[in-house]
Design a protein around this ligand. Structure first.
Ligand code: M6R
Length: 364
């Protein structure tokens, strides 16, 4: 049932183009975006003035990506919080607050408790889950299913991409309802979002540079992932994936934070994995790379195809197709999944079933 792949994780990574296509199927009708199952009228959507995305682990990282899009497109303040923190404080919730609970399994204890709490306080709650009829689906006011199909590997990959695509749709929907995106803009964005399926296929077709970078890093005892904007969110997920399946200690930082502490870790050969795709903050990331390189770091850069200049600042470059910055998390996350897996395999780890972890966390 691994479909010819050595492990479920690799099989699931390769299913991601299909997940993107299925998650988008049927969403654009007469040029406008439709998510009927949310059961809120455009007028009700227009009233939303605050969004909280609540989740744990990888799902939380999908939320960090969503925050960028919701604020950029819909201009609604959005906070992302781990469910175990959210549920034990007293967040500001009103009837015009939207809580978006993201959970692959749909049964994470803290996320469910946060949903219940938010509803008692009067918020509307949307669930984003992969499991039909799961508690998160049942207890939310509306639900978007991620269409990843069953995910077996403990490390989330395809469900993460399904979450990011679903949250991107939600951000577009909110922007559409608020009149911040015109129909023509929504159509254009939707088309480019759909194109990421083919771009991910291209990344999956050639992993030579990823394997090479992984071999160079596999014996390290620690690694740092850095990026800015979308790249920061991608870094957090890249570091989680690596530590989860390879037991190699990894941390992620918004690249601008390097000189406020983490750069002290960098010495000869220390791996720094940087998301350095073309974006409004590209130059800033490159200057952070240079600072790390000057202290002996072994730099692995995830960069945009055609960017030859980056080679001067990196020991290994992993090229990915050019996409709009808003969609860069979708493409840039994929090489980091493959990178983490390649290191885990090289270190002899059980990729699908890492120690101490369970696929769903139903106790707090
Ligand atoms: O099922 P959920 O999305 O609620 O699970 C949340 C986390 O437990 C989960 O994402 C975990 O971090 C994964 N093992 C990461 O790969």
């Amino acid at each position: 049932e691994k479909g010819g792949y050595p492990d479920f994780m690799l099989k699931e990574i390769h299913e991601q183009p299909r997940v993107i296509r299925d998650t988008l199927a049927g969403r654009l009708s007469a040029g406008a975006l439709e998510i009927d199952e949310l059961d809120l009228s455009p007028e009700e959507l227009d009233l939303i003035d605050r969004v909280y995305v609540i989740a744990c682990g990888t799902s939380y990282h999908a939320g960090l990506i969503a925050k960028n899009l919701i604020e950029a497109w819909a201009r609604i303040p959005c906070e992302v919080e781990v469910a175990s923190e959210f549920r034990y404080r007293n967040p500001i919730i009103t009837p015009t607050t939207l809580v978006v609970a993201v959970s692959q399994s749909g049964e994470t204890a803290d996320t469910l408790a946060a949903i219940r709490d938010a509803r008692v306080k009067g918020a509307k709650v949307f669930g984003i889950t992969n499991v039909v009829g799961s508690p998160v689906a049942r207890e939310s006011d509306g639900v978007i299913y991620t269409k990843a199909n069953k995910e077996i590997a403990v490390a989330s990959t395809k469900s993460f991409l399904g979450q990011v695509v679903s949250l991107t749709l939600l951000a577009m929907l909110l922007a559409q309802a608020k009149g911040k995106l015109k129909t023509s803009q929504v159509r254009l964005l939707f088309r480019e979002l759909a194109d990421t399926a083919e771009q991910v296929e291209r990344i999956l077709a050639d992993d030579a540079a990823i394997q090479e970078a992984a071999l160079a890093c596999k014996d390290a005892s620690s690694a740092l992932f850095i990026g800015r904007g979308m790249g920061a969110a991608v870094s957090y997920e890249g570091a989680l994936k690596l530590k989860e399946i390879s037991y190699l200690h990894a941390e992620a930082y918004a690249a601008g934070e390097m000189k406020h502490g983490p750069i002290a870790l960098v010495d000869e050969g220390f791996p720094v994995i940087a998301i350095a795709t073309k974006s409004p903050v590209y130059d800033k990331v490159v200057s952070n790379l240079q600072e790390a390189k000057a202290r002996g770091a072994m730099v692995v850069a995830v960069a945009t195809e055609g960017d030859e200049d980056i080679r001067a600042h990196a020991d290994h470059v992993i090229y990915i197709p050019k996409v709009r910055d808003a969609f860069s998390a979708i493409t840039a996350s994929v090489p980091l999944q493959l990178f983490a897996r390649a290191i885990a395999v090289a270190r002899g780890c059980d990729v699908d079933q890492p120690r101490n972890l369970a696929k769903s966390v139903t106790v707090e």
